[in-house]
Design a protein around this ligand. Sequence first.
Ligand code: ADP
Ligand code: MG
Length: 263
Amino acid sequence: MTRTLAIANQKGGVAKTTTTASVGAALADLDVSVLVVDLDPQGCLTFSLGHDPDSLTKSVHDVLLGAHDIADVLLDTDDNITLLPATIDLAGAEALLLMRPGREYALKRALAEVAQDFDVILLDCPPSLGVLTLNGLTAADEVVVPLQCETLAHRGVGQLLRTVTEVQQITNPELKMLGAVATLFDARTTHSRDVLSDVSDRYDLPVLDPPIPRTVRFAEASASGASVLRGRKNKGATAYRELAQNLWSYWNGAPLRTFELGV
Ligand code: ADP
Ligand code: MG
């Protein structure tokens, strides 16, 4: 059975794309067959996996609008994962999709055509709660929320959770909120932990184990187009490998490990 996981938070810069690419690459290293979907018109995931959005002629945009079969748009990447890429065209998809009936189901319908080829599908949602994120949440079995462990991290979380509830009521009753992925975590101070326990309590949101520490290597990696998991060993990569293992074990029947915030 294919597991489809949406990585969503309408706040930008919380490491949605980094989490998608890193968990995807870590799962691929476990011999899991992975498809990642770039739902952000900025195309950062596409770029970080070695493809230049500006030079692509087909993208998820064409798939959502029914202009191309999904199988014709998929790309291979050096990280051994398959990519459904985005280009800036996707910025117009919002308006075009709005005029169509069943607009929230466009991605779900397309993914059904190739799902049998993959064990896991990861959806990198854009920084908004518009029709593209609704497509992601409608196509997903589960959703995680990357949370940057800084003051005001909770802003917008309530709105995101309300959107998830609405999707559960209307387009995807099976959608399950797995919890938060703590990103840019600083274990040396209590601040990250305080912020996390505040958000976790306020919204009754479990935090997946482990948190992902802030690592200089990550900023370098996204700039060079290589996955953060390659090259020199670093604690961010190790954490993402553990997170991928946690998810994979969970999908195979083990309980999901959560991070204990109690002090
Ligand atoms: P989003 O997709 O939510 O907008 P990104 O994944 O693009 O967020 O990450 C935003 C920025 O933070 C990027 O420059 C990325 O390289 C950086 N970043 C992500 N995770 C880490 C980390 N663990 N340590 C340091 N920088 C990170
Ligand atoms: Mg992103």
